[in-house]
Design a protein around this ligand. Structure first.
Ligand code: ASP
Ligand code: MG
Length: 429
């Protein structure tokens, strides 16, 4: 049994969908679980729809919804022509139903009920199209398979119940020799009350790992628009090289430092059962790609991770006293409270510096205001965090290009530098 995961970019047009059918046909498998994301930029479009829904901006809501339906309907028309199966007629019913209700007072709950529809719609289309291409399959609703808590938008998987459900539905289906393919959604699950939940943006990789873990898959493959796991983002470094084989541990480190190729939660369920994870190109689908598995050997090529949109914040006491454990506990508590992720930290006697994400500027300023009630705070915005694994001095110099280093940390394998991304001045308060 194998698990394949196809992301939004691999199914964003009729041509792309025809291609993934070729991918599936070209591969050998006994039984296959196909985990699919929403088509193209559907999740972003649903987030917009949700925003208008909550604001009760019906005009924009209708407009966006119409565009989203049109996008899917055009794909359907091209794939099926006049053979459109009746099962596709009710495709948007659940979305329409959710949007016909008044918003609740829980934004995250509404988010999951509405945004989860992207995957339900895409998988229905793909399942029907696979049938048409003689790849008979069973469409399964992941909300009947993956049980989570009710922490909407970042729901935690309840493994035991999910295992029971997946074994009951998927394993039993596969018990029959002729039943070979299951199509289901990434990213979504449901609570015990069957309210839809989502596992966090880009969470479909994690869904594939959940199915792989519970079903003891032979391997899990994530099909991407890049040749595999590379030592840098090819958009930033055109001469990036492919990493053929890499250990779970090193992959987790790269994901931790911000390499965005695989959702960070994906590795653990696979590592725990030593299930290999393949990352392959859905374009050159016969190429080997990368394999992440249980190996001891370390990669030696330098790997580069560039994280923009960082803030460097220096926090010191108002009365020139030391930053001690109690101050630190207060500071960490505030970062956690505002949901701002710390990527690097450094302390001296009277000041504590952190490099943190500031994707949400309102939250960032709210955090600074709160910190200022207890501390002196200085910050620089628009910083960049550069991480180089397996660095040497020449490489570091080359990457840096004379930019000013604000903080530098290194151990034997990893060099991290906080540098300025623009000429913006620092702000004192
Ligand atoms: N469709 C979801 C997203 O765009 C999940 C995924 O693609 O992994 O975040
Ligand atoms: Mg995606």
């Amino acid at each position: 049994m194998k698990v394949f995961k196809f992301g939004g970019a691999s199914i964003n047009s009729p041509k792309a969908i025809k291609n993934i059918v070729d991918v599936i046909k070209s591969q050998e498998f006994e039984k296959l679980v196909v985990v699919v994301s929403a088509m193209g930029k559907t999740t972003n479009a649903l987030e917009d729809i949700l925003k208008f829904y909550v604001q009760r901006d019906i005009k924009n809501l209708d407009e966006k919804l119409r565009e989203l339906k049109e996008y899917h309907n055009e794909i359907i028309l091209e794939l099926f022509g006049d053979k459109t199966d009746v099962k596709l007629y009710n495709l948007f019913d659940e979305l329409d139903f959710q949007l016909s209700k008044e918003p609740s007072d829980n934004f995250d709950y509404d988010y999951d009920q509405i945004v989860s529809q992207g995957e339900l719609i895409s998988t229905k289309i793909i399942s029907q199209y696979l049938n048409l291409q003689a790849i008979e399959n069973r469409w399964l609703d992941a909300r009947q398979l993956i049980r989570t808590d009710s922490n909407y938008r970042d729901a935690k998987v309840e493994w035991e119940t999910s295992a029971e459900k997946i074994e009951h539905c998927v394993s039993e289906y596969f018990n029959f020799e002729n039943n070979r393919v299951v199509v289901t959604q990434g990213f979504i699950g449901a609570t015990a009350e069957l309210s839809s939940t989502t596992l966090g943006r880009e969470g479909s990789d994690f869904s594939a790992a959940i199915f792989g873990h519970i079903l003891n898959a032979q391997d899990v493959t994530i099909w991407k628009d890049v040749p595999g796991l590379l030592n840098a983002d090819p958009k930033l470094m055109p001469d990036a090289v492919l990493l053929d084989e890499i250990s779970y541990g090193e992959t987790v480190e790269l994901a931790f430092f911000g390499a965005s190729i695989i959702h960070p939660k994906t590795i653990k369920p696979l590592q725990n059962k030593k299930i290999p994870l393949r990352v392959k190109s859905f374009i050159q689908y016969n190429n080997r790609g990368s394999i992440i598995k249980d190996i001891k050997s370390k990669i030696t090529v330098p790997c580069f991770i560039f994280k923009k949109n960082q803030a460097l914040i220096s926090i010191s006491t108002l009365d020139f006293s030391f930053i001690g454990e109690e101050n630190l506990s207060l500071i960490f508590g505030l970062f956690a409270h505002f949901g701002i992720k710390i990527n690097l930290m450094q302390n001296s006697a009277i000041s504590f510096s952190v490099c943190a994400e500031f994707n949400n500027i309102d939250k960032f300023y709210a955090l600074v205001e709160e910190l200022k009630t207890e501390f002196k705070v200085r910050y620089n915005l628009n910083m960049e965090l550069i991480t180089i694994r397996n660095y040497d001095e020449d490489i570091a110099k080359h990457i840096l290009q004379n930019r000013k280093i604000y903080i530098e940390q290194r151990d034997r394998t990893t060099l991290q530098m906080v540098v300025n991304a623009s000429n913006k001045k620092s702000v004192d308060s």
